[in-house]
Design a protein around this ligand. Structure first.
Ligand code: AMP
Length: 199
């Protein structure tokens, strides 16, 4: 299964995609995590990424697309993968389509996690306390939401037109949201997969 987790910052893409990935035995690929790791290691890419992340802006498409191209060509991606935080622009979405087409692959589903904006701000403020993410301060949160609306939100209708979008209510208990996602993925695949017991 190749699936994309789409949604504004704070919608729960990371939490949900890692749960669903573990359940399906495929890797979760988070460009944000990859960049944070590079920043912690102090690599040239990491140092560049840190400044951009702290400002709440996006890295250039070519940099991110190169990261993804290398990552999805590793053997652990042979049976599929879940993308968390990529694509975030129409340029990235088109590049992904091309990359997959070259390998005879395509995206099976795009999970759009829908959460009201007031709730997002609340969640990110909570995350700032618990995880200490440098980009979870009020000013950067506002900018990340603005960038989401401008650059990423248009992908929702782009994927909808391609018939691959499932929108899931991202509000609620973590296990309940996971169950909704599994159900939506199952019905997209002909309804053969059951939601199973997710705690
Ligand atoms: P995330 O953990 O997905 O919220 O990503 C944290 C930050 O990493 C974002 O605010 C961007 O600065 C950067 N980033 C992550 N993914 C991408 C992407 N696909 N394109 C550009 N920048 C990204």
């Amino acid at each position: 299964m190749i699936a994309i987790f789409l949604g504004p910052p704070g919608a729960g893409k990371g939490t949900q995609s890692s749960r669903i990935a573990a359940r399906h035995g495929v890797p979760q690929i988070s460009t944000g995590d990859m960049l944070r790791q590079a920043a912690a290691e102090g690599t040239p890419l990491g140092l560049r990424a840190r400044k951009i992340m702290e400002a709440g802006e996006l890295l250039p498409d070519d940099v991110i697309v190169d990261l993804i191209r290398e990552r999805i060509s590793r053997p652990d991606c042979a049976a599929g993968f879940l993308l968390d935080g990529f694509p975030r622009t129409s340029g990235q979405a088109e590049a992904l389509d091309r990359m997959l087409a070259e390998r005879g692959l395509s995206v099976d589903a795009v999970v759009n996690l829908d959460v009201d904006e007031g709730k997002l701000i609340e969640r990110m403020a909570g995350r700032a306390k618990n995880e200490g993410r440098a980009d979870d301060n009020p000013e950067t949160i506002r900018e990340r939401l603005r960038v989401y609306r401008e650059k990423t939100a248009p992908l929702v209708s782009w994927f909808e037109k391609k018939g691959r979008l499932v929108t899931v209510d991202g509000l609620g208990e973590i296990g309940e949201v996971s169950r909704r996602i599994e159900e939506a993925l199952g019905s997209r695949n002909g309804g053969t997969r059951t939601a199973g017991a997710l705690s």
